[in-house]
Design a protein around this ligand. Structure first.
Ligand code: BES
Ligand code: MN
Ligand code: ZN
Length: 497
């Protein structure tokens, strides 16, 4: 797909289609007015006749509109003008793309990017147009015998901006939009892969490929036997039950001078979470292939950051393992020693995410991080609390938490903060070890983060629980690519300030 920005007149576009917004009720956008004028009232006649109200998501495809140079004009309903915000904007872009794709317009000039979106500027509108487009066009067909894609798909999209001085802003927005989309695409592909394919070894191979492609990227893979030797007793307690060995994957991007402290991202990479000996119920267990959604997210962010050649140092660490029941698996009651020296009584082998993460979080101390953000599909409780709208955010450092919240608002991939009060810590008390891996009844998302907080005291740290946001269930089952936009926006905002 090719994207461009332009500042031109709608009637003068020589393209397969020009996309125009119509507000409820029957109110043409500015570009629509322009076409209406040159076509001597062609559009306003149609509206008056009742062909279209302008309700959000309505479409009307017109051919040979008088005195215009494009083959088609696609009218998109935008709903009430005063309600036109982020959500409505994404909806109309998505609607436009699906319609173009289904009706054979292989290139188009889209004037929706000119519409006023409450509180948003040109940069935002162009970038989001690209992200929504790529999001809409995504499909995962690697294992389908027959392709389901359109016969004449859109290949080239031009987004119009109001003034010529918006063009440079638009170009930058395109670059960012493409990079974020590419990262999200990678994250979705990784997470959608079946668990018999995307095991820890597969993730490691994918990481190695990135290092081959880019001189500023280094990759290091640490095998299960080494992890055991190093003293990562919690990590290996999870991976020991599986025939596919666990791996710690380290990716480094050196984009700034060597003295600059790196941003460190840590991803939970459980390539399949059966629960282990504390076996999960069978229903929807297939979805536990996405339990490497955190790994996919940090991997995708790494792709986006390197794509933009941002002037930052970034380290991504993926704790990759499979959580399986077997004669070698960890038992409830086992006590393990973590890399930090603290001991953990494993009361439930299904609380495995925190076990692999705690050792990875201790491991990253060696990078002398500026900040550490871990990303994990950590708790079902987070889905109960926040659903699929917001990722759970917990942090030991207020400024970092606020930067992440702001980044989320800006890019539309939002997070919501939960408290990490000391009072919750006692839910992790164990009779036999320094702590248990189970927080008991209430506040499951918080006690999971409390567990991690015991391994992150030496640096500024934030935790994102993406159990509800990383994938969709039901008919449109699949990975969402979140939180690639959020993480990338956080790093972009920092690189720009
Ligand atoms: N991977 C799951 C969390 C999860 C559940 C993510 C559902 C997405 C959808 C995690 O490893 C897990 O099993 N958590 C347990 C923790 C409990 C045993 C303390 C949970 O949430 O039930
Ligand atoms: Mn689990
Ligand atoms: Zn899990």
């Amino acid at each position: 797909m090719e994207f461009n920005v332009k500042s031109g007149n709608p009637e003068k576009q020589r393209s397969a289609c020009v996309v125009i917004g119509v507000f409820d009720s029957r109110k043409l956008s500015q570009a629509g007015e322009q076409i209406d004028e040159v076509s001597e009232g062609y559009l306003s006649n149609l509206l008056r006749r009742g062909d279209m109200e302008g309700k959000l998501g309505q479409v009307l495809l017109l051919h040979n509109v008088p005195n215009t140079l494009s083959d088609r004009v696609l009218l998109i309903g935008c709903g009430k003008e005063r309600d036109f915000g982020d959500k409505q904007y994404n909806t109309v872009i998505a609607k436009a793309i699906t319609t173009l794709n289904e009706t054979g317009s292989m290139d188009a000039v889209c004037f929706l990017s000119e519409l006023n979106v409450k509180g948003r500027d040109t940069h935002w509108k162009v970038r989001h147009a690209i992200e929504s487009t790529q999001d809409t066009l995504y499909s995962f067909e690697e294992y389908k015998s027959k392709s389901e894609t359109a016969r004449r798909p859109v290949r080239r999209l031009v987004f119009n901006v109001t003034t010529r001085k918006d063009l440079t802003i638009g170009e930058q927005a395109i670059a960012e939009g493409i990079a974020v989309s590419k990262g999200a695409h990678k994250a979705r592909d990784l997470a959608n892969q079946p668990p018999n394919i995307a095991n820890p070894t597969y993730l490691a191979e994918e990481a190695k490929i990135l290092a081959v492609q880019n001189d500023h990227v280094e990759c290091q893979i640490i095998d299960e036997s080494e992890l055991k030797e190093m003293g990562m007793g919690a990590f290996t307690a999870v991976s020991q039950g599986s025939k596919t060995p666990g791996k710690l994957i380290v990716l480094k991007y050196n984009g700034a001078e060597a003295e600059k402290k790196p941003i460190v991202l840590v991803g939970k990479g459980i390539t399949f979470d059966s629960g282990g000996i504390s076996l999960k119920p069978g229903e929807r267990m297939d979805e536990m292939k996405y339990d490497m959604g955190g790994a996919a997210g940090v991997f995708g962010c790494f792709v986006a950051v390197t794509e933009l050649s941002l002037v930052v140092n970034l380290v991504v660490v993926i704790a990759a393992a499979e959580n399986m029941p077997s004669g070698d698996a960890a038992r409830p009651g086992d006590i393990v020693t973590t890399l930090s020296g603290q001991t953990v009584e494993i009361l439930n082998t299904d609380a495995e995410g925190r076990l692999v993460l705690c050792d990875a979080l201790t491991y990253v101390e060696r990078f002398d991080p500026d900040v550490v953000i871990d990303v994990a599909t950590l708790t079902g409780a987070c889905i109960v609390a926040l659903g699929d709208q917001a990722s759970g955010l917990l942090s030991n450092h207020n400024p970092l938490a606020h930067e992440l919240l702001n980044a989320g608002e800006l890019c539309g991939d939002r997070a919501w903060r939960l408290p990490l009060w000391d009072e919750y810590q006692e839910q992790l008390d164990s009779n036999f070890a320094d702590m248990s891996n189970l927080g008991g009844r209430g506040a499951g998302t918080i006690t999971a983060a409390c567990f991690l907080s015991r391994y992150t005291k030496k640096y500024q740290w934030a935790h994102l629980d993406i159990a509800g946001t990383a994938w969709k269930t039901g008919k449109a089952k699949g990975a969402t690519g979140r939180p690639v936009p959020l993480l990338t926006q956080y790093i972009l905002s920092r690189a720009n300030s």
